[in-house]
Design a protein around this ligand. Structure first.
Ligand SMILES: [Zn+2]
Length: 99
């Protein structure tokens, strides 16, 4: 693969790595295997939960400021953008008991 678009090294203390910024904003993504396939699971810290979501596991609301997680397919046939568009917010424990 060509590496021509790899960022050039900047002055000390000035390195910019977008992937690190993304990770800092989003937390640590992992992949979990469920009965219906592989899912990306992205924990959301309490500080980044600013909206009300409906948990598909129990049908209850996830209030702002409550740490939870976001899940979307990791093996979707429609491509990751489509999978991401279909992401759902879950209570952590509801996701844990999902088979
Ligand atoms: Zn729930």
């Amino acid at each position: 693969m060509p590496r021509s678009n790899r960022p050039r090294r900047r002055a000390p203390g000035e390195e910019v790595e977008p992937i690190d910024l993304e990770r800092a904003l989003m937390g640590t993504k992992r992949i979990e295997a469920k009965r219906d396939g592989a899912w990306n699971v992205q924990p959301q810290g309490a500080g980044s939960a600013t909206k009300v979501y409906t948990c598909p596991g129990c049908g209850s609301e996830i209030a702002p400021g409550v740490a939870h997680l976001v899940a979307w397919r990791a093996d979707g046939l429609m491509g990751e953008a489509d999978d991401l568009a279909g992401r759902r917010h879950w209570h952590s424990h509801c996701w844990k008991i999902r088979t």
